[in-house]
Design a protein around this ligand. Structure first.
Ligand SMILES: Cc1cc2nc3c(=O)[nH]c(=O)nc-3n(C[C@H](O)[C@H](O)[C@H](O)COP(=O)(O)OP(=O)(O)OC[C@H]3O[C@@H](n4cnc5c(N)ncnc54)[C@H](O)[C@@H]3O)c2cc1C
Length: 415
């Protein structure tokens, strides 16, 4: 075993350099345009596919890295380029993670490549969990999945909301209630292929957003959607066993069926993805820190660069300290996740919580350092600030992360 080190190895450095070049040459120059257009940046995703960045291989090999750091490195570089385009490129990986967390080996092999498509025929994936009445409290989910034994089909009904790539994805992973009485423990994940778009699955409202505007966010409407039995992730036998255990525990008063936060089916996906989401926030924060440091050295007021004022220099010192602290929390959680070290103190949540709030703070300070320029769309920092804000909201709000951490450290039922 090598001794403790935070030095990246040669493979990680090569990955970082390669992605940084793509972010610099392809993503950054396109960022302002796609933010204004508020559309999926297909040409950029296609270019990422041609370069091998939008691919199963990249994300699968990043997951193999024993240190766990390749995935956060990937996220940080892409999101340093631009968060909206970054999300358009990596949105599929959340759906892929949903299949990997809940599916059989056969399902993973079939569906994960189908979400990415090929270098010349790009596809997208979407993970549909949230609903109008079930955001933080996924146990309140109303979307139902009813099994029709005669045809061996599942029938799904409900409305999903705020879904990244919702309605435009080729593969939707949908979490639905099979036994609503069991709340979170009665839910299961289903995979819905492209042939059902327009045949039971359709896009509802597309949202106009504050930030990450190059990423498509929309409602997904499921209306008597009939999918084959084989689309239940994990298979029916496993689900039946799980439901029987949950019913048994419910009848003996062992559980109330409500997790209060994320459902069982969704939980595994969200837990595993938290360090990666934190790393995205680190990428945005780093972009804002670097830009404002350069600006502060160039901009002259009262006959000297503004960085020579303690008021500005100390702000930059705080930004850099928070940025590095956020990355270290992300790397720790990524290493723990990769090496199956349990998050006994909610370390995954800590990384996402701290990095998300650091990104909001750092991008806000960057606007301050740029003064009037920072407030205009001629400069990128206002966009980075708008983009950063989503990191205290999606994939579990900051309050929900604090709930998870406080429950983990106290062992008490904090509400
Ligand atoms: C751009 C974007 C992309 C998204 N992508 C996806 C996606 O791909 N798939 C998907 O399924 N979902 C997605 N979401 C949904 C996202 O996960 C939810 O918005 C998020 O979980 C919060 O739910 P909510 O919006 O209903 O907020 P609410 O749950 O209504 O929360 C509102 C406020 O109340 C607070 N609150 C709620 N409960 C508690 C509590 N117990 N204690 C303290 N405070 C509490 C929250 O922290 C928040 O401040 C996306 C959202 C956005 C905006």
């Amino acid at each position: 075993m090598p001794g403790f080190t935070l030095e990246l190895d040669e493979d990680q450095k090569t990955l970082q350099t390669w992605l940084h070049e793509f972010a610099t040459d392809v993503i950054r120059p396109a960022a302002a345009e796609w933010d204004e257009r508020e559309q999926t940046p297909w040409p950029i995703i296609q270019e990422a596919a041609r370069a091998g960045i939008y691919s199963v291989d990249l994300f699968a090999s990043a997951r193999e890295d024993q240190t766990g750091l390749s995935l956060p490195i990937t996220m940080e570089e892409l999101f340093w380029g631009d968060a909206g385009i970054g999300l358009a490129i990596v949105g599929t990986t959340l759906a892929a993670a949903g299949v990997v967390a809940n599916g059989t080996v056969e399902q993973i092999v079939e569906w994960v490549p189908a979400m990415f498509g090929t270098q010349t025929d790009v596809k997208l994936g979407a993970l549909a969990v949230s609903e109008p009445g079930a955001g933080s409290d996924v146990s309140a989910m109303k979307t139902t999945a009813v099994y029709d034994g005669a045809s061996d089909e599942w029938v799904l009904n409900g409305v999903k909301t705020w879904i990244t790539n919702g309605g435009i994805a080729d593969v939707h992973v949908v979490v639905a209630a099979v036994d609503p009485a069991l709340k979170a423990r009665g839910q299961a994940s289903f995979v819905v292929g492209a042939e059902f778009t327009g045949r039971g699955l359709s896009q509802g409202q597309k949202f106009k957003k504050h930030g990450v505007r190059a990423s498509h966010t929309a409602e997904v409407v499921l209306s008597d959607l009939r999918i084959p039995g084989s689309c239940l992730l994990g298979g029916k036998d496993k689900l039946d066993e799980r439901l029987a255990r949950a019913r048994e525990r419910l009848s003996t008063g062992g559980i109330d069926g409500s997790s209060g936060t994320r459902s069982q089916a969704a939980m595994a996906t969200f837990e595993a993805s938290r360090p990666s989401v934190g790393a995205q926030a680190v990428g945005i924060a780093r972009a804002a820190y670097e830009y404002s440091l350069d600006y502060a050295k160039d901009r002259v007021q009262f006959g000297r660069p503004i960085v020579e004022n303690q008021g500005i220099a100390f702000m930059l010192a705080d930004m850099k300290t928070r940025l590095d602290a956020a990355r270290l929390l992300v790397w720790r959680a990524a290493w723990m996740g990769r090496n199956n070290v349990p998050y006994t103190s909610g370390e995954g949540s800590m990384s996402k919580l701290f990095a998300g709030e650091a990104a909001v703070d750092i991008t806000e300070k960057a606007i301050q350092i740029l003064g009037g320029n920072g407030y205009t769309r001629d400069y990128p920092v206002e966009r980075w600030h708008r983009d950063a804000k989503i990191y205290t909201i999606f994939e579990g709000t900051s309050e929900i992360q604090r709930l998870i951490i406080s429950r983990a450290i106290s062992g008490h039922k904090i509400a």
